[in-house]
Design a protein around this ligand. Sequence first.
Ligand code: GLN
Length: 314
Amino acid sequence: MAKTGPELENNRQNGNEVTGASGLVQVRSDLQAYGRKRLKQAGIETAGLDARVLLCHVCKIDEAELIAYPEKRVEKRIAGSFVELVEQRCRRLPLAHLLGAREFWGREFFVSADTLIPRPETECAVELAIDQAREVSARKGSSHILDLGTGTGCMLISILSEVEAATGVGVDIDSRAVELARKNAQALGVGPRARFSCMNWGAELEDCFDIIVSNPPYIRSQDIPGLMPEVALHEPLTALDGGVDGLDEFRKIIPQAAGLLTPRGILVLEIGDGQASKVLELLWTTGFERLDPDEPVKYDLAGRERVVAAVKVC
Ligand code: GLN
């Protein structure tokens, strides 16, 4: 049921075509202004953007259409959905959860509260893995890729989308994540080349992989309450929490990866800022060496340590 915000009441008094609960219709620009103000009051920094995106979402229009026809009437039922989404956003639900989707590597992925929302910085690891998968495929005719803790499947699916000769496996400890990754792979046209399984890291796998990618949980447990409420309250803790020093999962993944890679196989790991030297130390003492002539640490656009890559010693 559509609520009538204060702005809507004002607009009615101003003679605009906005009537809220009385059964008539509201216009786009008034709903947009209402959403922006309500979100701003709730302390959402991106209030204007979020109001626009949510309005376009419920109206099933793009931003150009909103700009071109701001005075167009909105059905009461749709206005009601908009007001409801604005209220949820005020309670800090992430925009991606409200939209049910997030763009990653130029493609639209379904997201849910069961998985980490794909982050732009993860594209750093994907870019490196794509280069490596192309090289391996050119040399061997194909490449086999593993994504440990696949979540939405965004890393594996993006790599397979770019490298046609590649096949892959994505595993996640959460069966709902596995289902979602499968759905994303189908929707993005790589379903036949991707397999997804529910398991604890790669313990039960029997394949041998040319490349392993992972964006494991690497936030220090004590830092989680201080994260943005969207993350701390609404994203799965299992996708974030890396233990006291943030490195617990690296200690499990790195030795496993050494056992699952082909000789000269490549491991690509997303890391948190300040973790590179410790993760590299783990790699060098677990049968990995430098992926020459590459720098073992890659930095994201903000200049933070973001990815480490290494090659398994024969
Ligand atoms: N691989 C997924 C991503 O990068 C999920 C990672 C995770 O749950 N930590 O978005």
